[in-house]
Design a protein around this ligand. Structure first.
Ligand SMILES: NCc1[nH]cc(CCC(=O)O)c1CC(=O)O
Length: 306
C-alpha cells in the first residue's frame, strides 16, 4: 500500500495555497505517496467582528487544526509561522520550516504611492498592533483603523474606499499572485515584520516517525534557524501575534543578526534591540533581555490589560 498523508489547513485561499505548496513539494520528493488536503474553518476565520488583538487565547488560527492532528484526523498541519504560538501542545512539533518568502510588509493604496504621501487624518487599515505602532511612530498624523478578514476581503475594503491605504504581508500577496497590488514594500527599518512572517511551518505528531522522515527534505535550515531565533525572543517576552512585538533574523555570513522591537500601540515608545550569534535560542534570549532592560515587559503587560 502506498503511503497516504492527510494535510490539515485553514480554508482561506492563502492557507490552501500553502497546503498545495507543501503537497507539491512532498510529491516532488516522494512520487510514490498520495497526499490529501483537508481544509477547516477555524475560530479565527469566523470571529471576524472583533479586533484580532481583543480575541482571547493564543493561536486562534491553529487550535482547531492542532486538535485534528492530535486526534489523528490529519497527519500534518501547515501553518503560517506568524500564526503559530510560541509553544506547541503536548505531542506535537514543528518538524519543518520551508524557505522564506519576502518577509516585508506591503503598503497597498489606490491613490498614494508611499506612506509619506498620506495626508493628515488619512485612514490606514491594519488590525496588527505591531504595524499600527510602527506606522504611528513615523506618521503620528495618520489614523489607523481595524481591518480584518482574509487577503481578498481586505483588498476589497480598500477598493470600496473605506481606507486610504492598507498594510499587508508581502508574502501573502505574492503567494496569491497579487504582487501587482503592492504599491510599496516597506523597508524593515520602517516596519519590522512579525515573528515568523513569510515562513511556512509544517507540524506533525512527535511520535509519527514515518511522517517526520517524509518532511525532512522540505526543511530549509537557514530559515528554520532564523525563525527559531525570532520565536525564542518571543517566548521570553510572552509575545504572540496580537502584541506590538516584531522580530527579524537574517544571516550575515556565518552569523545571524536578530533585530527585535516592542512598542506601545500608539507608537510613542518604540524599543529596539539587536544582537549577532549562531545559536538561535541564545540569540533570541539575548535580544529579549535587551528589550526587557528597556522596559518591554511593562509595555506588554499594559497592552494585555487593555
Ligand atoms: N495573520 C494572518 C496572516 N498570517 C500570515 C499572513 C501572511 C503570510 C505570511 O506571513 O507568511 C497573514 C496575512 C497578513 O498578515 O497580511
Amino acid at each position: 500500500m502506498p503511503h497516504h498523508l492527510r494535510i490539515g489547513t485553514r480554508a482561506s485561499p492563502l492557507a490552501v495555497w500553502q497546503a498545495e505548496h507543501v503537497r507539491a513539494a512532498l510529491l516532488r520528493q516522494h512520487p510514490e505517496i498520495t497526499v490529501e488536503i483537508i481544509a477547516m474553518t477555524t475560530s479565527g476565520d469566523t470571529l471576524l467582528d472583533a479586533p484580532l488583538h481583543a480575541l482571547g487565547g493564543k493561536g486562534l488560527f491553529v487550535k482547531e487544526i492542532e486538535d485534528a492532528l492530535q486526534q489523528q484526523r490529519v497527519d500534518i498541519a501547515v501553518h503560517s509561522m506568524k500564526d503559530v504560538p510560541a509553544q506547541q501542545p503536548d505531542g506535537l512539533e514543528i518538524v519543518a520550516i520551508m524557505a522564506r518568502e519576502d518577509v516585508r510588509d506591503a503598503f497597498v493604496s489606490n491613490a498614494f504611492l508611499h506612506p509619506d504621501a498620506l495626508p493628515k487624518d488619512a485612514r490606514v487599515g491594519s488590525s496588527s498592533l505591531r504595524r499600527r505602532a510602527q506606522l504611528l511612530e513615523r506618521y503620528p498624523h495618520l489614523r489607523v483603523d481595524d481591518l480584518r478578514g482574509n487577503v481578498a476581503t481586505r483588498l476589497r475594503k480598500l477598493d470600496e474606499g473605506h481606507y486610504a491605504a492598507i498594510i499587508l504581508a508581502a508574502a501573502g500577496l505574492k503567494r496569491l499572485g497579487l504582487s501587482d497590488r503592492i504599491t510599496h514594500l516597506l523597508d524593515i527599518d520602517c516596519s519590522l515584520p512579525a515573528v515568523g512572517q513569510g515562513a511556512i511551518g509544517i507540524e506533525a505528531r512527535s511520535d509519527d516517525r514515518r511522517t517526520r522522515e517524509l518532511l525532512t527534505p522540505l526543511a530549509d535550515a537557514d530559515t528554520h534557524n532564523c525563525v527559531l531565533a525570532e520565536r525564542s525572543m518571543n517566548r521570553v517576552l510572552g509575545g504572540d501575534c496580537r502584541l506590538p512585538v516584531a522580530a527579524l533574523a537574517q544571516w550575515q555570513g556565518p552569523q545571524m543578526v536578530l533585530r527585535g522591537l516592542v512598542a506601545t500601540p500608539d507608537g510613542r515608545r518604540v524599543l529596539h534591540a539587536e544582537a549577532r550569534g549562531s545559536d538561535p535560542v541564545a540569540l533570541g534570549m539575548t535580544v529579549a533581555a535587551a528589550l526587557v532592560a528597556q522596559g518591554a515587559a511593562q509595555i506588554i503587560a499594559d497592552v494585555r490589560n487593555t
